[in-house]
Ligand binder design. Structure first.
Ligand SMILES: NC(=O)CC[C@H](N)C(=O)O
Length: 314
């Protein structure tokens, strides 16, 4: 990116922070994750990492936050790296669910095959796949995120994870349904614990945007990052992006495609990772959530950014 472009982007991001940082609490913070209630509700950060290795940011872009379901993009990518036979797709579909991310109803009606890897049921299957294939899931996801971001800062917030595990009745219910339908290989407590721990990884917008660059660059990692060769094949990278576009924002995926026009993945920690193929990855963070569990200010800022710089894929 030329200096002029970087300066222009920097100004745009500063304007987005001024326009979208909430002056007072907006939206909600989930009760199931007690630690999220101690985060400053006026936090707002944004970072853009481009395929040429530049990272531009504004606001609280260096403040670590709980990545929650954004980890599902990386657990899926990691599983695909270790699944040359594409066997995972016999255990999880690639259809939008149109239901809440932690819904139980569909899983029972559809005989224990989750609609996609980004709802909780699907992510539990991916976690189970990693446990079986690698002997570890959370540790693998954490190491992957550190390698991709070129930073040792990503870490599991153990206190947050322990507290969430104590209020994870729904995830245990989902995992028990999966086990009952024969779609888990490892014991339920192990799978849920690894899942909750990788959701409890904390990262900054800057590190997360850098970690997502491979999705914008046909599977190649950021140039500054010492990842061996390709992170993911170009074909699997396209597939992950397609699932982000159709399923990444749960039952608000259509609205997000309409407003932002980019593959995206949200987390209930208030983060959203969006991918502009061929250009770069954007991470925005603001804790207040809408009724579907997506950041209110984060979604608005991404819609604004996408229309200002013309990054919509449509
Ligand atoms: N949408 C999310 O970010 C949900 C993740 C959260 N850890 C859960 O399992 O409910």
């Amino acid at each position: 990116m030329s200096t002029a472009l970087a300066t222009g982007l920097r100004q745009t991001l500063d304007e987005l922070v001024r326009a979208h940082r909430p002056a007072a609490p907006v939206g909600r913070v989930p009760d199931s994750i007690p630690h999220l209630h101690s985060v400053d509700p006026t936090s707002f950060g944004i970072a853009v990492a481009t395929v040429d290795g530049e990272v531009t940011s504004a606001g609280d872009a260096d403040v670590p936050f709980s990545i929650q379901s954004i980890s599902k993009v990386f657990s899926l990518s990691l599983a695909l790296r270790h699944d040359p036979g594409q066997t995972l797709w016999q255990r999880v579909l690639r259809e939008p669910s149109g239901t809440a991310f932690n819904s139980l109803v569909q899983l029972e009606a559809e005989s224990g095959i989750p609609r996609n890897p980004f709802i909780n049921a699907g992510a539990l299957v991916v976690t189970d796949f990693l446990l079986e294939a690698r002997g570890d899931a959370c540790g693998e996801v954490l190491a992957f995120l550190r390698a991709l971001s070129g930073s040792t800062a990503p870490a599991v917030d153990e206190a947050a994870s322990a507290a969430e595990l104590g209020s994870s009745s729904r995830n245990f219910a989902l995992a028990n349904f999966l086990a009952d339908f024969g779609n888990l290989r490892r014991p339920v407590p192990e799978v849920v614990e690894h899942y909750v721990r990788h959701c409890s990884i904390t990262m900054s917008c800057r590190d997360l945007a850098r970690a997502g660059v491979f999705l914008a660059d046909a599977g190649r990692g950021a140039p500054a990052v010492a990842t061996p060769s390709a992170v993911l094949s170009a074909e699997d990278t396209r597939r992950v992006n397609s699932i982000m576009l159709t399923c990444g924002m749960y039952d608000a995926a259509g609205e997000f495609a309409y407003r932002v026009g980019l593959p995206g993945k949200s987390g209930v920690g208030g983060g959203i990772l969006a991918v502009a193929p061929g250009r770069g990855a954007v991470c925005v963070w603001s804790p207040g959530l809408d009724a579907k569990g997506n950041s209110v200010a984060g979604s608005a800022a991404l819609a604004d950014l996408s229309s200002r710089i013309g990054w919509s894929i449509f």
